[in-house]
Design a protein around this ligand. Structure first.
Ligand SMILES: Cc1cc2nc3c(=O)[nH]c(=O)nc-3n(C[C@H](O)[C@H](O)[C@H](O)COP(=O)(O)OP(=O)(O)OC[C@H]3O[C@@H](n4cnc5c(N)ncnc54)[C@H](O)[C@@H]3O)c2cc1C
Length: 382
């Protein structure tokens, strides 16, 4: 007999695990399916840390959503008894006309967010690990910091399986969805293990969205991004969370890099939106000596004391849209299906709030947040 659920969530990374947790809490009968066993290192949600910040240079429309996300992360910490957020402050660096600086100031001013504008000399004095260029200024916000992605996904899934109130979700890991189809006003999902039915389906499949939603011809590209952890060469105290905020610096030629304090694994540094387009199913290419050398050349110029031993590196997928904004919508041909690909390299911080939004959509409710900027229709208009 085919099992029937209120909602099936396929893909239990950041977005899917948050959605499953919300639905279980609301008492829905829900099945979560993932091809791996989350939290895992095969998609977009691994690497020990993610930035959260609220003066959002990408667009002020994200600010209310991230403010709700802060509340939801705190709620998840309380319910799960797990520490997920470490406040370190956040420093955006660039020349005054850069997108990072103008966009951060725009969001800060439109939403009256507390922030401080720092000169080059002030950045150097206050945060001595940084060696900004003479033309750089900084925008500092106190509330930014570090989220723990693997712990967050484990917390969402743990509470979905055993919610405090609501109804326990069924979890099928190491099970791959092969296809889905609309049937009798609902959906039928076929995996390599079985066939399941539900009133609604949420597809939060990350880097696999383009192939799973092939009928929509989504203009998504999957980009391989590299993460590096370095042991500081000297003055290790300058890289501790008390002295080293999360940062993102826009450099010449459109390159931006970002990083995190040393919380025990080394200083984590990475380039933003910088990597080859890849097939998520192809064998993973190891980090090359040339890639490490390029990162070291940036460190030598902009953060010389970080240039010690390379402790670790990893690769991870960005799933990019042409405009850098998310996809959160109802499938245009099947209203029982909710589609979400909130990545473009900046989605994690929102996962706790997007879980609510996706649970609303999967329950037939209008979300309290405006999701029009994330609509599928914007691609058709191109
Ligand atoms: C290197 C890197 C750094 C980043 N830094 C930041 C940051 O600092 N701050 C920030 O906010 N965001 C950041 N992001 C973006 C953020 O991490 C992503 O937006 C977010 O994690 C995406 O979550 P997701 O649930 O869409 O994808 P994933 O977490 O990858 O989940 C997708 C899931 O779908 C499953 N799946 C796929 N196909 C199937 C199938 N057929 N059947 C069953 N299961 C399937 C996969 O196994 C996977 O578990 C970063 C991303 C990367 C890669």
């Amino acid at each position: 007999m085919t099992s029937h659920y209120d909602v099936i969530v396929v893909g239990l990374g950041a977005m899917g695990s948050a959605t499953l947790y919300q639905l279980a809490k609301r008492g829905a009968s829900v099945l979560g399916i993932d091809r791996f066993a989350p939290p895992h290192a095969m998609g977009s949600s691994h690497g020990k840390s993610r930035i959260i910040r609220q003066a959002y240079f990408e667009d002020p429309c994200y600010v209310p959503l991230v403010q709700r996300a802060y509340e939801c992360w705190a709620q998840l910490e309380a319910e799960s008894g797990t520490a997920l957020f470490q406040q370190t402050g956040g420093l955006m660096i660039g020349d005054p006309s850069s997108e990072v600086i103008t966009g951060t100031l725009r969001s800060a001013r439109e939403h009256t967010l507390p922030h401080q504008v720092l000169t080059t000399a002030e950045i150097r004095a206050r945060f001595p690990a940084f060696s900004p260029r003479p033309q750089d200024i900084g925008v500092f916000e106190d509330r930014a910091g570090i989220l723990a992605p693997e712990r967050a996904i484990a917390a969402f899934l743990g509470l979905a399986r055993a919610p405090k109130g609501g109804r326990a979700a069924a979890l099928h890991t190491n099970e791959t969805m092969r296809s889905w189809r609309a049937i009798d006003g609902g959906v039928e999902v076929a995996t390599d293990v079985g066939v399941y039915r539900a009133d609604r389906l949420v597809l939060t499949v990350g880097a696999w969205a383009k192939q799973i939603l092939a009928e929509l011809s989504l203009p998504l590209t999957v980009q391989r991004n590299v993460l590096y952890w370095f042991t500081p060469l000297q003055q290790a105290e300058h890289f501790t969370p008390a002295h080293f905020p999360i940062f993102l610096q826009e450099l010449e030629s459109g390159i931006a890099w970002y990083g995190f304090a040393d919380t025990g694994d080394g200083v984590k540094l990475a380039l933003h939106q910088y990597g080859q387009t890849v097939d998520p199913d192809a064998p993973r290419t190891p980090v090359s000596a040339d890639e490490v050398a390029f990162m070291r050349s940036l460190i030598a110029q902009h953060m010389p004391h970080a240039n010690g031993a390379l402790r670790d590196s990893a690769t991870c997928f960005y799933t990019n849209t042409p405009d850098g904004h998310f996809v959160v919508d109802i499938h245009p041909e099947c209203p029982a299906v909710v589609v979400a690909s909130p990545c473009s390299g900046h989605g994690f911080k929102f996962a706790s709030a997007l879980g609510e939004v996706l649970a609303d959509l999967a329950s037939g409710q209008k979300p309290v947040f405006e999701i029009e900027p994330f609509s599928l229709a914007r691609f058709a208009a191109r």
